[in-house]
Design a binder for this molecule. Sequence first.
Ligand SMILES: [Zn+2]
Length: 232
Amino acid sequence: MAQAGIHGIVGLAVRRWVPKREWLMLGIVLGSIVPDTDNLAVAVATLAGWSTKGLHRTFTHSLFTVAAVIALFYVVAWIVRRPRWGYLGLGLGIGVLMHILLDLVVWFNGVQILWPLPSWINLWEGVTPPEWWSKLMLPAEFLFFTLFFVALGMMARKQGSNSDYIRTLSIWAAIQGVLFVVFTVLVYTMARGFIIPFGAIYLLSLGLAHGVVVRMRETIEMAAGCRSCHPR
Ligand SMILES: [Zn+2]
């Protein structure tokens, strides 16, 4: 799995090619980071002492889920007669699809791409990364949340959008930077007991990233040229 922050940054990077439709770009960025919330299921199963098999990179990383999300949001858009819900769903679908492709290419793990069918694809089959690398990939989540928040802040400054939130965003970015340093030290020094505090703070940070994206929607929409799409 690539880190959630990398997915967020890649989601932002496609903005130039995204048509100007209300909530479409917002959906793409949200869809890019949402699949790894399946780690919440992993955490619940771990704490309850259940098997975590089949919980990560499965039901949230499936092409069937992409199709279902797009269809569901189109139905909602049709019922409430607001096309933006359809664009949000389309964006979510595109974002999840980009997440799946990036997960396949980056960092050694497989994805059950047609869950619930048996369909694990691992382009890195047989490659075992060194232990120091696998360890570093955990705190690196916080490093990439920092970079994701910094990227959003830079876009907002450039566009003059979300000016009332930039300061708070800088504080969140700084906190994520500190967490990266602290957990990098801990991952190499703690003999045991690392994964539970790490997992808890990772999940909180992932939740925070979703909140930040929704809070920064004016910036994200404007970045796709959708200045008039979003009421201030
Ligand atoms: Zn993933």
